[in-house]
Design a protein around this ligand. Structure first.
Ligand SMILES: NC(=O)c1ccc[n+]([C@@H]2O[C@H](COP(=O)([O-])OP(=O)(O)OC[C@H]3O[C@@H](n4cnc5c(N)ncnc54)[C@H](OP(=O)(O)O)[C@@H]3O)[C@@H](O)[C@H]2O)c1
Length: 293
């Protein structure tokens, strides 16, 4: 995403993601100062025109906006605490992943230390940074986001502001990761089953993709409507029907020596809702089972 806002920016952290972020700024023409614990990771960026700072304080002093992307909030908190004087009046855009509470706590620290803070969650892998399909969620003061939206455009094609609660980007991040892990785990379980019959993953995959397209994808907006209206009446696929079907999945997995923990966990949620009198409700009503802890 090229951008006409070519203001100076500092990037703290040049791991796989931080290096991709710094590279996007350099390619956009932003004067880019970088710092990383292992300085050698800056070599390729310096060759492209980035400036390597000797330490975190010098890196922060170099630019009004500091984009941070290190492994954890614990690491970042230590780095920022060690440069609290230099950070006064600066903008920190934190793209490190953690929990919503990590993000909220850092926002409080920033406020107490005169730092203007935006928290972000990157929904992309490093090779997507700078491309239209990259998505970054942001939260923090609205005027702060509006002021820096253009500067941040080289990082992702889609930048979504989610409000002032800095914990919310991490909630979206964790929600989408939950979707990623559970849907892929479902695929891996399915492949384990078909492998047991001598069917390769590649032979099975076209059917998996068709199933996703025609059954799973339409079920998501349909479920959203049911959840938001709290109306789970269905004549299509009730929890009672699913309860009987998932028993077969768990039993067959066990018979074949395939791990059934994942499907047993879903089975337990279905059984709980059925026991609570919701056998006639749709699968979407499992959201209530999740909320019961
Ligand atoms: N990679 C992805 O696909 C992806 C996608 C979305 C979000 N993220 C998030 O982006 C963040 C960075 O991920 P990454 O993929 O870049 O990880 P990474 O390649 O493992 O890089 C970790 C970074 O943290 C630094 N670091 C770790 N411990 C440190 C310490 N004690 N003091 C100073 N610096 C320290 C590392 O410095 P050294 O180089 O010196 O070790 C490096 O810059 C994570 O929060 C991750 O969850 C990553």
């Amino acid at each position: 995403m090229s951008n006409t806002n070519q203001g100076p920016v500092t990037v703290l952290g040049l791991g796989m993601m931080g290096a991709a972020l710094a590279n996007a700024f350099v390619q956009n023409g932003n004067p880019t100062t970088v710092w990383n614990r292992s300085a050698g990771k800056a070599d390729a960026l310096v060759a492209q025109g980035a400036v390597l700072a000797a330490d975190v304080r010098q890196a922060i002093e170099a630019s009004p906006v500091v984009v941070a992307c290190v492994s954890t909030y614990e690491v970042l908190n230590d780095l920022l605490a060690g440069a609290a004087t230099e950070l006064k009046g600066k903008v920190v855009v934190n793209l490190t992943s953690g929990t919503p509470e990590d993000a909220r706590a850092l926002a409080v620290w920033a406020e107490q230390n005169g730092v203007r803070y935006l928290d972000g969650a990157i929904m992309a892998v490093p090779q997507m940074i700078g491309l239209p399909q990259a998505l970054i969620f942001y939260a923090g003061a609205q005027e702060l986001f509006a002021e820096h939206e253009d500067l941040l455009k080289p990082l992702a094609g889609t930048n979504v502001y989610l409000g002032t609660d800095t914990g919310v980007p991490m909630i979206y991040d964790l929600g989408l990761l939950s979707l990623l892990w559970s849907s892929l785990a479902g695929y891996f379980h399915a492949v384990s089953l078909v492998n047991s019959a001598g069917v390769s993953a590649e032979a099975f995959t076209p059917f998996a993709l068709t199933w996703i397209e025609h059954v799973i994808t339409p079920a998501i907006p349909q479920s959203a409507q049911e959840i938001d209206s709290a109306n789970f009446e269905t004549e299509v696929s009730s929890l009672g029907v699913n309860k009987a079907a998932i028993e077969h999945l768990v039993a067959t997995s066990r018979q074949l020596g395939i791990n059934s923990d994942f499907s047993a966990a879903i089975q337990a949620l279905i059984e709980r809702r059925v026991a609570q009198g919701h056998a006639g409700h749709s699968l979407a009503s499992l959201v209530e089972a999740f909320k019961q802890g």
